[in-house]
Every structure is written in C-alpha cells, then in structure tokens.
Design a protein around this ligand. Structure first.
Ligand code: HEM
Length: 479
C-alpha cells in the first residue's frame, strides 16, 4: 500500500534519504506539498545524479552521445525517476515518470518556456529578426500563438488543407514508383526518409503558401533547392519575402485569396511583416523532418509486420474502395491508421526529451521544492517505454491504441505525449497528423511495402530530434 502510494506520487527514496536522513512526513498529495526531511522541505540538494565528469564519461566514454534517449532509460534505472545532471554551472532536473511529468506540466504557468535558447534568440536579434512561435517567450509569444493557432489547429480549417496535401501525396507516390531500382525480385527505394523530407517540405509549403515548390520534380528548381538548404540554416528570407509580396499583391488587386495560411495572416494584419517572416520561418523549420521521420518509421515497421499492414490495407479499402482517395472525413473512420501513427510516435518520439523552465513560481515535483527558473528535462522517451504503462514496450503494437483494447489497459495521459502539452504544445499537430494519415493511406493502398531483403535493422539516433541512424531502404511493390 505504502509503496503503491510512493509510486503513484512519483516519490522515491534515494541513497541519501533512506536511512541517513529521516523522512518525517509524507504527503499523499505531493503535487502541492513538499516532503519534509526533518523540518525542512526536500529540495534539489536531496536529488541524486551524475556529476559533470560522470555525464561526460557516459556521453563520450560509454558512447551515449548519439543515443541520449537511451541514456534517459539507463539513468532512470540508476537514479530513479527524478534526478539531477550537472553540466558545469548548468543543472538539469530530469523527470522520467508519467506522474511527475504531469506534475511539472500542470504547473507550467501562463507563459510556458521550453528552454532559454539564448543562441537562437541572440542570432535573431543580431539579424533583426522577430521571434516566432518556437523561440518566442512571455506575452509576445502568447500573442503570436493566438494569431497563428486558429488556422493551424481548428479541425474545420485544417481539413481544408487535405486537397493540397493529397496532391503532394499523389506526386510523391509517382516519385516512389520511379525511384525503385529493380534487381531480380527486389524493388528497392533507398533512403526513404530523405525522399519523405522532400514530401514534407512540399506539403508544408503547399499549406502555408498554397504553392508547389517542385521538391518532387525530377530536377528540383534551383530556387527551391536554395530554400530547402536555407531552412536548415534557419532564414530563407528572400523566398519568403517574395512569396509575401506576391500574396500581398493579390490581396491589393482584390484577387481570390481563399485558403492560404499566409494570406490569412497577411489579411488579418495582426502581425508586422518581420513577425510574419519570423513565424513562417519557424513553422517551416519545425514542420519538415518531424513529419518525414515519423512516416519513415511507420513504413519501416509496417514493412516488418505484414499482418498489421494487411489489416491496415483492409481498413483503408473498406472506407475508400477502388480508386477513391481518402479525404479528411474518411480518416475519422480509420482507427488503425491513427493507431499506427500513435504507436510509431510512442516508439520514436521525434522530440525524445522536451524541457520546461518554470519562471513564474517555485514548484513542488515529486515532493521536492524547486526554485524559480529550474530547468526540467522531461524524459518522454523513457516514459514511452515504461512497461507499467505500455506492456511489451519494445514491440510495435498499434492495437494497444484501439479503444476496445484501451479499456483493459491503465493508460496514462502523460505516457506518450509526442506533440507536447498545454498551450505551448505543437502548433502543427493537426497539419502533421493530416499529412501523415493522407500519405500513409495512399501509399499502402498503392504499394505493398516490404523490408530491405538484406535484413538490415535501423536504430534511432538523437540529434536534438530523433532520426534514423542509417538509411531506411524499403521495397515498394505494386498491388
Ligand atoms: C510528427 C510531427 C510532429 C511532432 C511529433 C511534433 C512535436 C512537437 C513537440 C513535442 C513540440 C514541443 C511542444 C511542447 O513544448 O509542449 C513542438 C512544437 C512546435 N511544433 Fe511540432 N511536431 C510535429 C510537426 C510539426 C509541424 C508539421 C509543424 C508546422 C506546421 C510544427 C510546428 C511546431 C511549432 C511552431 C512548435 C513550437 C510551438 C510553441 O513553442 O509555441 N510541428 N512540436
């Protein structure tokens, strides 16, 4: 009973506190009350964790630098679900338990901050750029989000992007058909994630600008290639400005302006051009490899699980028989398709570790009192593999997300939160989901996807985002 309560509130004993210090008081509701040690509340000092040197050893000696997501799991086994890591003067509080993550996020305040991002912000200031939704903070961020949110998150607006995305998906499928190299019985497409990057770039541009950039052409236009490259470097100014001028011209000439995200932002006149530029840049920055990597992993697993792929094909064909192309209404009748994406994001959360700095007040988490401005590292990857929440955690089991089954499992609402939480959660969630559902359903309808016959397995690595560690090569066989 006692240990259950401890687990529920996420409180744990670490070496220092068990035995040596006396635990005099234990509050069941540790959300708001710190546990007392003697007559003092537990604080960050009472947390265990690796020293700077130990962290360096893990990263570079033991080789966890490219797989920091795995380090979340290993460290939580050693230190428990709440521990601190020191990197010189920087102290990070790691949180690797769904209850505790919930406690942090529910106390994040009016203007949640992910991290300080001083370099990004400094660079923007230097070049006179405005912060967008990703880098903004405080009331300025909130204002920008309130302008950007409606046409990115409201289902009635988002479903309006389905035609544009379906057009891009159709072109991608044709491209896949052309990219296949045939050797005997093997019909292989190499580096599927790289190709999907072009799909995602074209997709998000079609939503934001309602313009086709030509990323899926046999020869990518020079300007588009520059644009793609500069997104990596953060500021594709010229092209965005040209696009804005073009749309502004249309607005001024009173021409048709329906449907374009950017147009609505321009007509709304709630942001300056500099702010618009900052926001569009950050939307493109956040909206490409996130989606493309997730679709790559979904295909990778479907290729290895022919039975699940077959069930998915049946579901898609039941809802959209013959040549019918799925639209956004159809997706609501495809629970397995949604479950495939949810399960993919559980196994490969693109953002394996998120962060929050709680600047407004001191907060209690897991019975510890933390001062203002504590940096919390939310170990979503480790929690996604918590077998108490997700039995058989290393297996790709989309069925675990299907409602009937879900009833039997004690799902935790913070077990898998791949798009983040609260008012600072992903701006592009609905668009990303629509892109992934529409493309995946069209792809599975057209091709049987099979693994690379060489039997190569692909592991994830983390470079801020979780990405495939080597090329995902798959066979696409006409149905
Ligand atoms: C599979 C696809 C995607 C995943 C898993 C994903 C995940 C995330 C996560 C975890 C966050 C942080 C949320 C938080 O701190 O609580 C985030 C933020 C953000 N995402 Fe996404 N994202 C995806 C696709 C997209 C797309 C397509 C766009 C653009 C249309 C986008 C735009 C953004 C922006 C602008 C933010 C910053 C929001 C803010 O700080 O206010 N994302 N995303």
């Amino acid at each position: 009973m006692f240990s259950n309560s401890i687990q529920r509130t996420g409180l744990f004993f670490h070496k220092e506190s068990s035995g040596i210090k006396c635990l005099t008081q234990y509050f069941l509701n540790s959300r708001s009350t710190a546990t007392l040690v003697g007559d003092k509340p537990k604080t960050m000092d009472d947390l265990n964790g690796p020293s700077f040197l130990t962290s360096l050893y893990w990263l570079f000696g033991k080789g966890y630098f490219p797989i920091t997501h795995q380090m979340q799991i290993e460290h939580s086994k050693i230190y428990g679900p709440l521990w601190k890591s020191k990197y010189g003067p920087l102290v990070i509080v790691n949180v690797a338990n769904a209850d505790l993550i919930e406690q942090v996020l529910r106390q994040e305040g009016r203007y949640p901050i992910r991290t300080d991002m001083p370099h990004w912000r400094g660079y923007r200031q230097l070049r006179n750029h405005a912060n967008g939704p990703l880098t903004g903070i405080g009331p300025e961020w909130q204002r920008i989000r309130s302008i950007l949110n409606p046409r990115m998150l409201k289902p009635k607006h988002v479903s309006g992007y389905a035609n544009a995305i379906n057009g891009v998906a159709r072109d991608f499928i044709e491209k896949v058909a052309k990219l296949r190299t045939v050797k005997g019985d093997v019909v292989l497409v190499q580096d599927v994630a790289g190709e999907l990057y072009k799909f995602a770039f074209e997709g998000i541009c079609s939503v934001v600008f309602e313009t086709r950039m030509g990323c899926l052409n046999d020869v990518i236009p020079e300007e588009t290639q520059k644009f793609i490259t500069s997104v990596g470097e953060m500021f594709p100014d010229e092209l965005v400005r040209n696009k804005m001028t073009e749309i502004e011209g249309r607005v001024e000439r009173g021409q048709e302006v329906e449907g374009e995200y950017l147009t609505h932002l321009l007509i709304g006149e709630q942001m300056s051009l500099t702010e618009l530029l900052g926001s569009v840049t950050e939307i493109l920055l956040a909206g490409v490899d996130t989606t493309s990597n997730t679709i790559s992993w979904a295909l990778y697993h479907l290729a290895r699980e022919p039975e699940i792929q077959q069930k998915l094909l049946e579901e898609i064909n039941n809802v959209c028989p013959g040549d019918q192309v799925p639209c956004s209404d159809d997706i609501s009748r495809m629970p397995l398709l949604k479950a495939v994406i949810r399960e993919t994001l559980r196994l490969y959360p693109v953002v394996p570790g998120n962060a929050r700095v709680i600047a407004e007040k001191e907060i209690v988490v897991g019975g510890h009192l933390f001062p203002k401005n504590t940096l919390f590292h939310l170990c979503h990857y480790a929690v996604s593999y918590d077998e108490k929440i997700f039995p058989d955690p290393f297996t790709f089991l989309p069925q675990r997300w299907i409602r009937e089954k879900q009833k039997q499992i004690a799902q935790h609402p913070f077990g898998s939160v791949p798009f983040g939480f609260g008012i600072r959660a992903c701006l592009g969630r609905r668009v990303a989901e629509l892109e992934m559902y529409l493309l995946l359903s069209q792809l599975i309808k057209r091709f049987e996807v099979r693994p690379d016959p060489s039997g190569k397995t692909v592991k994830a690595i983390t470079r801020t985002l979780m990405i495939p560690g080597n090329s995902i090569d798959l066979q696409f066989i006409d149905r």
